[in-house]
Design a protein around this ligand. Structure first.
Ligand code: UD1
Ligand code: CA
Length: 459
């Protein structure tokens, strides 16, 4: 099928959201509403992609910046018809069909857009609109049809009389129009209505008179629903999550309690991975095959290799772990952390910008930051890399097969050579040669019969 151009309307504030943030930047599944629409649109490979911004245009354009978008600004929001009018200077150079889409319908798919385009071409229409039927049509424009079932016009809820309000077929705000006709129609729209706005749907009767118009009523009402307030947004979020999780389950992932988990758009999970209840997989999470993610873990912007065990209550952000790793419970891995195969990070450990070699273990209560740890290293309980001198960050290097005893401080910059041993309680301030034992604690002394002296002091 040959391509068309696409115009997305995203200039509105979204008053009903009661927010300083433009509606199209509110997140669903971790991505702005407009991002979801653009994803569906890009599936069409449009000849030209134009987006109308207005309310906080700069922020919207920055957030969704991409070379394939031609931004047009609508400085004053006078309605959807006015928004399209603002794009006319760009549209003049184009021909063929134009899909016009509301920017607040994030569940729309490429397939639905294709079916609209196909219907438009088959019918030879000048305008085709996409409608759906909703049990609760509140807030939407209603599709008014004549006795023969032909579309007559769209009436906005605020302008509708009781019989019209009872109509359950609604306008989705997705249209396919013939570009040569559009400028003539737009010139004739007025703002004589309840909201004093220039309504785009007012071009429907004009199209009927000039070239023909019809409405394609699509069953999948969920996919065509819009977001006007935060309740609708939350409902949409749930629908999106359910669909994603169903997709994962179909491809071999176990969710023990799907409805308790949250998954961002474009997350990947390999087969035979088990996700326990209350897990959050935020944007940029890629989880390999055969992993086990325990309850209450929060992972984002991270790659988890195959066969990892992540026990309950772990927080991973911006990390890369190779596979067969064992993490937590209660571990926090911060950005820039890398674990080679079979490395272990146990309870109450924090890692930041730390590379841990194959099979190395940091099992209890440690802080490891700005560090490079070789393979086969054992880091004892309570070990701390002192990476910050109050002004600069410094690096700690621990070479292969080093044994670090418990309660050790490594004052960076410092390097511990291969096979060295650090005695428990040591504060390492100088590089340790390979194979050496480093101990810095003072020798233990005994004052005998201390208990007797103590009781005499206190009596
Ligand atoms: C619109 C339709 C309604 C349809 C509904 C579907 C009109 C007059 N009504 O109503 O028939 O059932 O969508 O969701 O079109 N926008 C601009 N500039 C403006 C006004 C709006 O760019 O001046 C953008 C908004 O950012 C939004 C889209 O157009 O993405 C729809 O605007 P909104 O105010 O939500 O329209 P509805 O009242 O929902
Ligand atoms: Ca809307």
């Amino acid at each position: 099928m040959s391509s068309c151009s696409v115009l997305v309307l995203a200039a509105g504030q979204g008053t009903r959201m009661r927010s300083r943030l433009p509606k199209v930047l509110h997140l669903m599944a971790g991505r702005p509403l407009l991002w979801h629409i653009l994803r569906a649109v890009r599936g069409l490979k449009p000849e030209r992609l134009i987006v109308v911004s207005g309310f906080q245009a700069e922020l919207v354009e920055q957030t969704l910046a991409a070379p394939d978008i031609h931004w047009v600004q609508q400085n004053e929001r006078k309605g959807t018809g006015h928004a399209v009018l603002c794009a006319l200077p760009v549209l003049h150079s184009l021909s063929g069909e134009l899909l016009i889409l509301n920017g607040d319908h994030p569940l729309v798919s490429t397939e639905i857009l294709l079916s609209l385009l196909e219907e438009h071409r088959q019918k030879g229409n000048a305008l085709t609109l996409l409608s759906t039927t909703l049990r609760n049509p509140d807030g939407y424009g209603r599709v008014v049809r004549d006795a023969d079932g032909g579309v007559v016009r769209i009436v906005e809820e605020k302008d509708a009389v009781a019989v019209e309000r009872a109509i359950c077929e609604v306008n989705t705000g997705f249209y396919c129009v013939s570009l040569d006709r559009l400028p003539g129609w737009l010139a004739r729209i007025t703002n004589q209505n309840a909201q004093n706005e220039y309504y785009l749907p007012d071009i429907v009767p004009m199209a009927l008179a000039e070239g023909g118009a019809s409405a394609l009523c699509v069953e999948d009402a969920l996919a065509l629903s819009g977001v006007n307030d935060r309740l609708q947004l939350a409902n949409m979020e749930r629908i999106f999550r359910d669909r994603m999780v169903e997709g994962f389950m179909a491809s071999g992932v176990t969710f023990v309690d799907p409805s308790s988990c949250w998954v961002a758009a474009e997350v990947q999970i390999g087969a035979d991975t088990v996700i326990e209840p209350n897990v959050i997989l935020g944007p940029g999470s890629v989880v390999g095959e055969g992993c086990h993610i325990g309850p209450f873990c929060h992972i984002q912007d991270s790659r988890i290799g195959p066969a990892c065990q992540i026990h309950s209550f772990c927080h991973l952000e911006g990390v890369d772990i190779e596979g067969e790793n064992d993490i937590g419970p209660y571990a926090r891995l911060r950005p820039g952390s890398y674990l080679a195969r079979k490395a272990k990070v146990g309870n109450f450990c924090e890692l930041k910008k730390a590379r841990i070699g194959v099979g190395s273990k940091i099992n209890h209560l440690s802080y490891i930051g700005d560090a490079e740890i070789g393979s086969g290293v054992n880091v004892g309980a309570g070990t701390i890399t002192c990476n910050y001198d109050g002004v600069h960050k410094h690096k700690t290097v621990i070479e292969d097969r080093v044994f670090v005893g418990s309660d050790v401080q490594l004052v960076a910059p410092v390097r511990v050579g291969m096979n060295a041993t650090i005695g428990a309680g040591t504060t390492v301030t100088k590089d340790v040669p390979a194979d050496a034992l480093a101990v810095s604690r003072t020798a233990q002394t005994h004052i005998l019969a201390w208990a007797d002296k103590k009781s005499r002091f206190s009596s």
